[in-house]
Design a protein around this ligand. Structure first.
Ligand code: GAR
Length: 198
């Protein structure tokens, strides 16, 4: 089995979708730990309810020393021996060193159709641009922000009366379909891009 660590910062709805799919038959992955960068992350309780161990590595005491924060993350992960990491709404920027260490073994979900709208406020930016289609992307993490080989995308139509919030909610539904589907294929050795239509 491929041991999967999931990193979260908030409510962890994507993390839950990954844990639930790994609990289903025929999955080559198993969740070994959920890591959050804040004890306030709502997803921690949701992981514990599902019997998955959790750890918190608070970034704040490191005062911007990313390398020291990541050394603490690696130390916290060690007892759980993960083979790979899924970033699932993890809102800290990681260093090149960490990304190289996990190269080919770290996935991320981003709420836009990359390469469009790297970074934050993706839904507002898609609306401002007048895009007819928006969506989400799962990609391998490489040294550049929200870059790296695309493993899957799901599209949603942008509606005339959409706000950033309504659009975000529609995209999030697709994130919950896309990320588990991509992870299931990835742990089975399939890295060909998956395109989902809503
Ligand atoms: C998701 O929409 C995810 O795509 C986004 O944060 C949300 C986390 O929700 N990630 C990013 O913006 C990464 N830069 P969740 O905690 O309910 O999964």
């Amino acid at each position: 089995m491929v041991r999967v660590a999931v990193f979260i910062s908030g409510g962890g709805s994507n993390m839950v979708s990954l844990l639930e799919d790994m609990a289903r038959e025929g999955h080559a992955g198993t969740p070994c730990v959920v890591l959050a960068n804040s004890a306030d992350a709502g997803g921690l309780a949701r992981a514990e309810e599902r019997g998955v161990p959790t750890v918190v590595v608070d970034h704040r005491p490191f005062k911007g020393d990313r390398a020291a924060f990541e050394a603490a993350i690696n130390a916290a992960l060690e007892p759980f021996a993960p083979d790979m990491i899924c970033l699932a709404g993890f809102m800290r920027v990681l260093t090149e060193g960490f990304m190289e260490q996990w190269a080919g073994k770290m996935l991320n979900i981003h709420p836009s159709l990359l390469p469009k709208y790297k970074g934050l406020h993706t839904h507002a930016r898609a609306l401002e641009a007048g895009d007819a289609v928006h969506g989400c992307t799962v990609h391998e993490v490489t040294a550049a922000l929200d870059d790296g080989p695309i493993l899957g995308q799901a599209q949603v139509p942008v509606l005339a009366d959409d706000t950033p919030e309504t659009l975000a909610a529609r995209v999030l539904e697709q994130e919950h379909r896309l990320y588990p589907a991509v992870l299931r294929r990835f742990v089975a050795g399939d890295r060909s891009p998956l395109i989902l239509q809503s």
